[in-house]
Write a protein that binds this ligand. Structure first.
Ligand code: GLY
Length: 422
C-alpha cells in the first residue's frame, strides 16, 4: 500500500512512524513534512490547502491512501477532492469537518444528539460584549470566563481566566481583528482527549489521553497548541471510557449520519470529567497534537490497515485494536518566546535521538537541523508505567540542545502521584 500523509508536525511524524511498522505499507510519502520526516518518508512539497494540488500529488505517487493530518485542509474540503478522484482518503468531508470548523454547527449537533457541553454564546459586536460577559464567569457564579476565537486558532485563541479585565481584553482584541468571540461556561474537572476512528455509525476508540495546554508548569501562563501528553489514563476506568463512546461519540456520529454529513476519519472528543459526569469541551475533526505522539506509541494494530479500513467502509470488520502494555509520555520542546512569536533558525543538537519526533524543524543547506516554528520537537518516552515513561522522555530531552528553548517538567506528574481523582 502506498500512503501519502499531508502535514508537517510531530503528529504527522508519529503517524509516519506507526505507518512504517505496518507490513502492508510499502511506500510512504509526506508533504510537506519537516527535517525529521525526511528520514522516514519521501518528502514532497504541496499546497496543503489545495484539493487539486493534493490530488495531483496523490496521483503522482500512486497513493492507495491519503491521510490528512491538520484541520485546515479538511475544513477547506481537500478530502472531498481526493475522494472525488477515486483515491481512498482518511479524513472527513468539508461538511462533516464543520464539527471542528464551526462551533455553532458543533453545538447544534450536540444538542440534537443529547450530548452535554458547555453553555455558550457567540458575540460578534463589541456593543454586546459587556452584557454577554455578565452572563458567564464569576459574574454568573462560575470559576472563570472561557473566551475563545470562534474560528480555527490552533489552541492559541483560548483564554480561561477569573480576571474580568483579561477576559474582556482578549474578547475585545478578537473582535477588533474581525473574529467573532465564543463565550462558554467553565467546565470543572480533569480534561481528557478521546480519539475515535469513525466511519459513519462505526466508532473505534483509541486509548484516552490527556494533554497540557498551558505553557508553564502547574498550568501557568497562556494557552498553546499543547505542551505534552500521556496515555493511557490511570484515573479513567474502561467502563468510563466505554460510557463516553456510547453516550457522547456514537450519538454525535449517528447525528452526523442523520443530517447527511456522515463522518469518516478521526473524531476527537475533548471532554471535562465534571462532578456531574462527562461534558464536551470541543470536537475536532483530526488527530490531536501532541496526544497522537503518545497514543500511537502504544498501538500494536497496523495503523495503515486501520485507516484504510475506515476510508473504504471496512471499519466494522476490522476487529478490536491491540495495544502494548505500559504507558507513553510526550513532552514538547518549544522555541524561545512560544506561544508568542517564536525565535527560529537555531541549530538543534540531539534531534536525531530515538523517540524524537520533529515539528518546527528544517534542514539548512549545510545539513544542520534548525528550528523553524514554535513547537520544535516532541520527545516520546515509553515504559512499564507512567513514571518509567516520564523518566524515559525527560532523559532524552536532557540530551537535546536548542538555545532559548523551554519545556514543561510536569507532564503526567499529577497522574503518577495519584493526584487526579474523579
Ligand atoms: N491537543 C489539542 C489539539 O490537538 O487541538
Amino acid at each position: 500500500m502506498h500512503v501519502l500523509v499531508i502535514g508537517s508536525g510531530a503528529r504527522e511524524h508519529a503517524l509516519l512512524v506507526a505507518l512504517a511498522s505496518d507490513p502492508k505499507v510499502d511506500r510512504l510519502v509526506i508533504a510537506p513534512g519537516n527535517a525529521g520526516t525526511a528520514a522516514i518518508a519521501e518528502q514532497r512539497d504541496v499546497d496543503i490547502t489545495s484539493g487539486p494540488a493534493v490530488t495531483a500529488l496523490a496521483r503522482d505517487v500512486e497513493a492507495d491512501l491519503v491521510v490528512i493530518g491538520p484541520e485546515v485542509p479538511l475544513v477547506l474540503g481537500v478530502a472531498d477532492a481526493v475522494r472525488a478522484a477515486g483515491i481512498a482518503c482518511f479524513g472527513p468531508s468539508q461538511d462533516a469537518a464543520r464539527i471542528e470548523g464551526s462551533k455553532a454547527f458543533a453545538k447544534d449537533v450536540m444538542a440534537a444528539a443529547g450530548v452535554r457541553t458547555a453553555r455558550s454564546e457567540i458575540v460578534d459586536n463589541p456593543a454586546g460584549l459587556d452584557a454577554a460577559l455578565a452572563r458567564f464567569g464569576p459574574d454568573a457564579g462560575e470559576a472563570a470566563w472561557v473566551v475563545k476565537d470562534d474560528g480555527l486558532a490552533a489552541g492559541k485563541g483560548v483564554v480561561v481566566t477569573a480576571d474580568r479585565s483579561a477576559a474582556r481584553a482578549h474578547a475585545a482584541g478578537l473582535l477588533d481583528d474581525g473574529h467573532p468571540v465564543l463565550l462558554e461556561s467553565f467546565l470543572d474537572g480533569p480534561e481528557l482527549s478521546l480519539f475515535c476512528v469513525v466511519d459513519g455509525n462505526t466508532v473505534v476508540p483509541l486509548l484516552p489521553a490527556q494533554d497540557f495546554k498551558r505553557v508553564g508548569d502547574g498550568d501557568s501562563g497562556p494557552n498553546t497548541g499543547g505542551m505534552g501528553a500521556y496515555a493511557p489514563l490511570p484515573w479513567l476506568s474502561r467502563e468510563a471510557t466505554a460510557g463516553i463512546v456510547a453516550n457522547v461519540v456514537e450519538p454525535v456520529a449517528a447525528e452526523l449520519v442523520r443530517r447527511g454529513n456522515r463522518f469518516s476519519g478521526l473524531l476527537y472528543a475533548g471532554l471535562a470529567m465534571t462532578s456531574t459526569g462527562p461534558a464536551v469541551v470541543e470536537f475536532n475533526c483530526r488527530f490531536g497534537d501532541p496526544e497522537t505522539q503518545a497514543v500511537l506509541a502504544l498501538l500494536e494494530s497496523p495503523l495503515g490497515q486501520l485507516l484504510y479500513a475506515a476510508a473504504t467502509g471496512g471499519l466494522s470488520d476490522f476487529g478490536a485494536l491491540r495495544w502494548r502494555d505500559g504507558a507513553a509520555v510526550t513532552v514538547v520542546l518549544a522555541a524561545e518566546n512560544y506561544p508568542g512569536r517564536p525565535r527560529v533558525g537555531d541549530v538543534i543538537v540531539g534531534a536525531e535521538a530515538d523517540g524524537v519526533l520533529h515539528a518546527g524543524t528544517a534542514l539548512r543547506e549545510d545539513g544542520a537541523v534548525v528550528s523553524s516554528g514554535g513547537r520544535v520537537l516532541s520527545v516520546v518516552g515509553t515504559g512499564a508505567d507512567l513514571e518509567a515513561a516520564r523518566t524515559d522522555a525527560y532523559r532524552v530531552l536532557d540530551s537535546i540542545r536548542l538555545p532559548g528553548s523551554h519545556f514543561r517538567t510536569d507532564i503526567a506528574l499529577a497522574a503518577t502521584e495519584g493526584r487526579i481523582r474523579l
